[in-house]
Design a protein around this ligand. Structure first.
Ligand code: GRF
Length: 207
């Protein structure tokens, strides 16, 4: 069985989608561990409730980012993941762990990369007056939010949108986007060129 490790810092709605899909066999994979920098976050609670092993380490207990990442990723390596999914993991990863695992690590980011890497993407899209926004799943490389895009989901920016209303619209599309990407990777798909999530929640070539 294809083995997935998930990194998360937040409420865990994307993790929830992956857990449900693996339970009902929509996703032929096993979630073998959930890893976090926030022991009290929703994602960790969800994983525990689902009987999934969790490791949550507090950054303040480590002398440096490198030491923290070495500790967390040695726990991740121990579950022997085929794929590491960063689903709302809010810490920047140090270069050494990225280099070690980048052949099998993806991240979900709430913007149409390469636009708006980093934080506060919804406010930045509104401030820039853009008419379109979305989410990207990309491979992780040492540079932040800069690895090759596997697939994107697009949403319109509507008159009167606030960062909150826009975030809600993007998050509704992140869930099928992430699930389709993880399903495809578990099935051995290589994503030779970027894909786009269409209106029926299928991936199709972006161009
Ligand atoms: C998502 O919007 C993701 O794009 C961002 O953090 C959020 C995580 O949501 N990086 P959740 O914890 O999966 O609900």
């Amino acid at each position: 069985m294809f083995r997935i490790a998930v990194l998360a810092s937040g409420r865990g709605s994307n993790l929830h989608v992956l857990i449900e899909a693996s339970r009902n066999s929509e996703l032929s994979a096993q979630i073998v561990g959930v890893f976090s920098d926030k022991p009290g976050c929703g994602a960790v609670a969800l994983a525990r409730a689902a009987g999934i092993a969790t490791v949550a380490l507090l950054p303040r207990n480590f002398p440096s980012r490198v030491a923290y990442d070495e500790a967390l990723f040695s726990e991740i390596a121990a579950v022997q993941p085929d794929l590491i999914v960063c689903a709302g993991y809010m810490r920047i990863l140090s270069e050494n762990v990225v280099r070690r695992f980048q052949d099998r690590m993806i991240n979900l980011h709430p913007s149409l990369l390469p636009k708006h890497p980093g934080l506060d993407t919804h406010s930045r899209v509104l401030a820039a007056g853009e008419s379109e926004h979305g989410a990207s799943v990309h491979r992780v490389i040492p540079a932040l939010d800069a690895g090759p895009v596997l697939a994107q989901a697009h949403v319109p920016v509507l008159a009167g949108d606030t960062p909150e209303s826009l975030a809600k619209r993007v998050q509704a599309r992140e869930h099928p986007l992430l699930l389709r990407c993880v399903q495809a990777l578990a099935a051995g798909q290589t994503f030779a060129s970027p894909m786009r999530l269409n209106d029926t929640d299928q991936l199709e070539p972006a161009a």
